[in-house]
Design a protein around this ligand. Structure first.
Ligand code: SF4
Length: 370
């Protein structure tokens, strides 16, 4: 079995600290009255413009509530794109990060896709520049190219398969059974986890999520000692030392289902902490504990929240609906190329419903299937 890592250390293609830019754009906290007023204005605009709000689990709780109260959805990236594609509305407001807006546009090229802030991006997307990735793929033409959803349209256009964290294992197993060798990008932790679970021959791109990469194994062990009965839920974008301590390793939807359906009363959660907003709503009696990161220091900020997700705000929803700002454009030919690998995954999941963890399927309203 080949186990090679493609060394790629650059996080920000411009060389700048893009997370500092993101934190600087995160809106200041609002009073309760201000929040209610903005929420009412955003709800009225969604109705006026016949638009639907499609929000990720990691965005601000007010945005999650607004989505659910106005007929939209709170979900993971794949379910967001599918919901947007299947919804009658011709205008989608995507509260999340840019690749989610792009995926929505790729699956719904005829619709208008707006985002509260187009600068909201993702370290996995930034860490996988299309030209470098294409050169890497060209150097290994004998391999199937499997990319995670957290990539640009241009990277998807170069891929054979797109996967999300809840169907990645099944699709890689399927490829291995066919005797295929694989290029995996961009998340190295998720790639390593899948490689270990499947034994597939995978070349891994060296990207990482700046949020999940911050979770610490030693500190988590100490926290487990303080809460010996807590169930530990870990997203597989986390480092190996953290994944090893998990009771459940899974996607956002799978973690949510584990809390809702689990028998434990305490849960340690290793993913973006805003998923707890939805967990609290769906499992109000359970105690949720944030998995440990390095915390904040003078020169850096380590926390379980994504700065780009944090840029999404009620005012941004209002602004994009009022002015049409923040519109996502994907060049049509590129969109068609990128759509191939997404459709391949959707077809695989439709034909192999058992590819998804059984606990994910349809047990809780509003939880996506991938
Ligand atoms: S939480 Fe990580 S994977 Fe998700 S958008 Fe932020 S940087 Fe990307």
């Amino acid at each position: 079995m080949t186990d090679q890592t493609f060394e790629y250390t650059r996080q920000d293609a411009s060389g700048a600290s893009c997370t500092a830019h993101a934190w600087a754009k995160v809106p200041a906290p609002l009073t309760s009255d201000q929040r209610q007023a903005l929420k009412a204005r955003a709800a009225a605009l969604l109705k006026e413009r016949n638009a639907v709000l499609v929000a990720h689990y990691y965005v601000d709780g007010d945005l999650q509530d607004l989505a659910l109260e106005t007929g939209g959805i709170v979900a993971d990236s794949l379910e967001m794109a599918r919901f947007g594609r299947d919804h009658a509305s011709q205008t989608l407001v995507v509260a999340g990060v840019r690749f989610m807006g792009e995926s929505a546009k790729i699956l719904s090229p005829g619709k208008t896709v707006l985002m509260p802030d187009l600068d909201a991006t993702c370290s996995l997307d930034l860490g996988c520049p299309p030209d470098d990735f294409a050169a890497f793929c060209d150097a290994h033409p004998d391999r199937q190219v499997v990319v995670y959803a957290n990539t640009s349209a241009a990277v998807k256009a170069r891929a054979d398969w797109m996967v999300t964290s809840s169907c990645a294992l099944a699709i890689v197993r399927h490829l291995k059974d066919q005797g295929q060798k694989i290029i995996w990008a961009p998340d190295r932790h998720l790639g390593r986890y899948i490689q270990q679970e499947t034994g597939a021959d995978m070349l891994l791109w060296n990207g990482a999520c700046i949020v999940h990469d911050e979770f610490k194994g030693t500190e988590l062990e100490l926290l487990k000692e303080e809460h010996p009965h807590a169930m530990v839920l870990v997203h597989p974008e986390s480092p190996e030392a953290v994944v090893k301590l998990a009771d459940v390793v899974g996607s956002t939807s799978q973690m949510l289902n584990a809390v809702v359906n689990g028998t434990a009363t305490e849960y340690i959660v290793a993913t973006d902490n805003l998923i707890m907003h939805r967990m609290r709503q769906l499992a109000p009696g359970k105690t949720l504990i944030e998995a440990p990161t390095a915390g904040n220091a003078a020169s850096c900020k380590s926390c379980a929240h994504c700065p780009w997700m944090a840029m999404n705000a009620l005012q941004g929803v209002i602004d994009c609906l009022e002015s049409g700002s923040g519109e996502i454009h994907v060049e049509p030919d590129l969109g068609l190329e990128a759509k191939r690998c997404i459709d391949r995954m959707l077809d695989f999941v439709a034909a192999n419903p058992s590819a998804l963890a059984p606990k994910v399927q349809g047990l809780v309203r509003g939880i996506g299937a991938a």
